[in-house]
Design a protein around this ligand. Structure first.
Ligand code: DX5
Ligand code: ZN
Length: 217
């Protein structure tokens, strides 16, 4: 199966956002990965609801919204209104993770759960059949352009096995430091969605870079 490619808008030129959204529309990318950071859950602030809605106005592909915020349950319906197709919340930010997953589905979105590099995949054990996506963070969230953490390979392997054993259908997404150096291996181990920020936007020809990722798998 061809991988799903989700360029991360975090690495776009925010003063030329429409241009970069159009570039993704006209590329082989499948989704827009939209990183929301609150300066509390992660040590950086990106952008919020109005920018997400502005991207959605021009985007011709689904928005994959990654909430790196505390108390994400307060904003699920608002992000649905701002155009989210997928909403991922961090397991570390949710005391009642199962309830938040239900809330995302009730809002009419696909539900994802993201886990930080230090969080073992087995925290997902009791929600495997309730979710549509797991986002394995392969960098500590907060910034684009960081180095890929190689321990991620083992986590994909473990999660893929759990998925098979549970006969679950969620997609495995890898977020952080994805490039031509690791993409093939990630897919071979069971990843389905590749997020790429720096590797796409800081390449000479972003559309060709997206096409090269898409051709793997
Ligand atoms: C990191 C974000 C990522 C980031 C990926 O906190 O969640 O989505 O934009 O960027 P790269 O691909 O540059 O590591
Ligand atoms: Zn992200």
């Amino acid at each position: 199966m061809k991988p799903i490619i989700a360029p991360s808008v975090l690495s776009a030129d925010f003063a030329n956002l429409q241009r970069d959204v159009t570039m993704i529309n006209e590329s082989q990318a499948d989704w827009f990965h939209v990183d929301i950071m609150d300066g509390v859950f992660v040590p950086n602030i990106s952008f919020g609801l109005p920018v997400c809605a502005a991207i959605n106005k021009h985007a011709k592909k689904p928005l994959d919204v990654h909430l790196m915020i505390v108390q994400p349950e307060k904003y699920i319906e608002a992000f649905k209104e701002a155009g989210a197709a997928y909403i991922s919340v961090h397991a570390e930010a949710c005391t009642h993770l199962h309830r938040v997953i239900q809330q995302i589905h009730a809002a009419g979105c696909k539900a994802g759960v993201a886990i930080n590099p230090h969080t073992p995949v087995n925290v997902l054990e009791n929600v495997l059949n309730d979710i549509d996506l797991v986002c394995i963070m392969s960098v500590n969230p907060g910034f684009g352009g960081q180095q890929f953490i190689t321990r991620t390979y083992e986590k994909i392997k473990q999660l893929n096995k759990m998925r098979e054993e549970a006969k679950a259908n969620f997609l495995i997404e890898i977020d952080g430091g994805v490039s031509d150096k690791n993409a093939k291996q990630l897919l071979d181990l069971g990843a389905n969605v590749l997020v790429a920020g720096n590797f796409v936007f800081n390449s000479k020809d972003p559309q060709a870079t997206i096409a090269s990722l898409k051709s793997l798998g």
